[in-house]
Design a protein around this ligand. Sequence first.
Ligand code: C5P
Length: 228
Amino acid sequence: MRDVIIACDFKNKEDLYEFLKPFDGLNPYLKVGMEIFYKEGPQLVKDLHAKGFKIFLDLKCHDIPNTVESAMRNLGELGVEITNVHAAGGIKMMEAARRGLDATESGKKTKLIAVTQLTSISQETLENELLIKENLADVVKQYALNAKAAGLDGVVCSALEAPIIKELGLLSVTPGIRFADNSVDDQKRVATPALAKELGSTYIVVGRSITKAEDPVAAYKRCVKEFC
Ligand code: C5P
C-alpha cells in the first residue's frame, strides 16, 4: 500500500509531459494540484488516467457543505484514486463531500482525505495569526478525529504526525518531504522519506525534491528505495 506520490506542481500540461518523459514505464503516482488543474481542467486528469497514472487530485475544497457536496459530485465523475478537503470546514462539510462523491459509481471508489494543518504552518503561525492556542499536534489530532467521525479515509499531515494518525486507524498522506541534503524551502514540518516510513506514513507526497532535482528519475527512485 505504501507509495511515493509526485507533486506535479507545473504551470501547464506541456511542462508536465516534458517532466514525465524519462519516467516512461515507471508510472509513478501523481498529485495533480490547483496550479495545473486550474489551467488544464478535468481533461488533464482524464488523459493521465488513460495513460495509466494513478491520481491524487489535491484541490483542498473548503466551502459551505452544500457547495462542497456539489463540487465533489462533479469530481466524482473523474474517478480519481484520492481527493481532499480542508478539515477546517468541519464535520458537516466533510460528510457532505463524501455524499457528493458517493453520488456516482466512479466517485464511490475515490478515497477522501482531509488536510489537517498545512505543512507550511508552524506553531507560531497557528498561535499568532490563526489565534489557535493549542499545540499543533493536538490540533492535527482533533481535525483527524473529526475526519474519522465524518467517515473519511485519512488525512494529509506532516510525517511527524503520522504516528497519531496510524493510532486512529486512518491513512496518512504526508507532504513536506526532503532528503537530508535538500533545502526545506517554505515547508516547516519536514521529514526524510526514511523517517516518514519509520513514523508510519501511508503515502509520501514529494514535490521539489524530485521535480527540481538534477535527475528527477534518480530522486524518485531514491524516495521509493527509502520509503517503500
Ligand atoms: O515541493 P514540495 O515537496 O514542498 O511540495 C509539497 C506539495 O504538497 C505541494 O504540492 C503542496 O501543495 C502539497 N501540500 C503540502 N502541505 C499540505 C498539503 C499539501 O505541502 N498540508
